[in-house]
Design a protein around this ligand. Sequence first.
Ligand code: ADP
Ligand code: K
Ligand code: ZN
Length: 430
Amino acid sequence: MAYFDPAEGWSREEIEQAQVARLRTTIAQAGKAPLYRKQFDELGITPDSIQSVDDVRKLPVTTKDDLRAQYPDKMNTVPRKDIVRMHASSGTTGSPTVIHYTQSDLDNWSDLVARCLHMVGVRPEHVFQNMTGYGLFTGGLGLHYGAERLGCLTMPSGPGNTKRQFKLMKDFNTYAAHIIPSYALYIGAALRDMGMSPDDLPLGIVITGAEPHTEEARQRIEELLGAKAYNSYGLSEMNGPGVAFECTEQYGMHIWEDAFLPEIVDPATLEPVADGEVGELIMTTLCRTGMPIIRYRTRDLTRFITEECPCGRLHRRIDRILGRADDMLIIKGVNIYPMQIERVLMEFNEVGENYVIELERENFIDQLRVKVEIKDEHFVEDMRVLQGLQRKIASRLCSEILITPRVEIVQHNSLPKSDGKAQRVVDKRE
Ligand code: ADP
Ligand code: K
Ligand code: ZN
């Protein structure tokens, strides 16, 4: 099999040699930023501190708050004239962080994204429809330049206007599309509502990323749109998309270890977890010149998949993101991740694609309410039937999350919808 980039086929030895060399270069470069200069001086860190990959643990970690404190550009390690692009995190949690890129950073980024797309079968002869928001969010321009780099006719259709999206797909024979999972579920349902079938669309590949979604949601997306869906992981602090991506095995995402040095640690102690255990993903940029970032705490929870991938690539895979450490809900003292709830909801064929998790406090007691849309064809006037379904969902949820939520079935298209990252949790507690 031909790789887009020879680095995809590297042995573990080649990967680790490159990591050590690039980490040393990165330390030299990062030391030009005041934050790192100070930390490196205090800890006595020089490029020579790195003799093996494990030596990364000698380095300080970087948090989102550290980056915010350097706002707007104190993390830069090149003169302003060499910076050609800026993005900012979407600010899902708190105020945004700013990322600055040099031209070589942008070129590397596009190569990484092109590599991802090529890995799942996208080719220059294909039309690529980029249905995510452009602007400061990295998902738009990131995928856009990657698809162009690969050679695809790239359509910056952006999100929204579902009918026009379908028309563009049909008229221009779109084979691959990039869609945020919650929006993919939404347009899939819209296709069904319009009385069209997935066979009416030329789509073969859908790239979904930017927010947590379950395996069950992926299967729905594939059925609704009649395409293979591949999970794409990235974050602004590490360029944006193109950090980790599923191969055609659809089991875990290869993290491009020639460009990023990943660690998975216990969030409380920052010690590495045992191989295969869940922890917080930490990453260091290995190729960035304008704004290198050392041991960035992503707050994203995942694990390394320990087995080698049948596809032959030796870049390690991370499992589907369980959620952000900040997403964990503590309800009546029980720790719950929204994705545990999504997984159960998507098991029910009657249930539609949109849901909201609401938390309230009544008489000092936490209440969990799950509102979920029912598919149009399953809507019945008979209250007993609906109540029966609500009870069934509540009891399945209880066996998964160990507390009994109030389940409320609502009509199709009645919950708020978004074409960007969906807000699945509404916490009304004080
Ligand atoms: P923000 O932190 O403001 O959302 P970003 O746009 O940089 O800013 O989003 C990056 C975050 O999005 C990641 O840290 C992760 O939490 C989430 N994310 C990105 N891709 C995925 C994915 N495929 N699965 C789950 N979560 C994802
Ligand atoms: K082309
Ligand atoms: Zn693979």
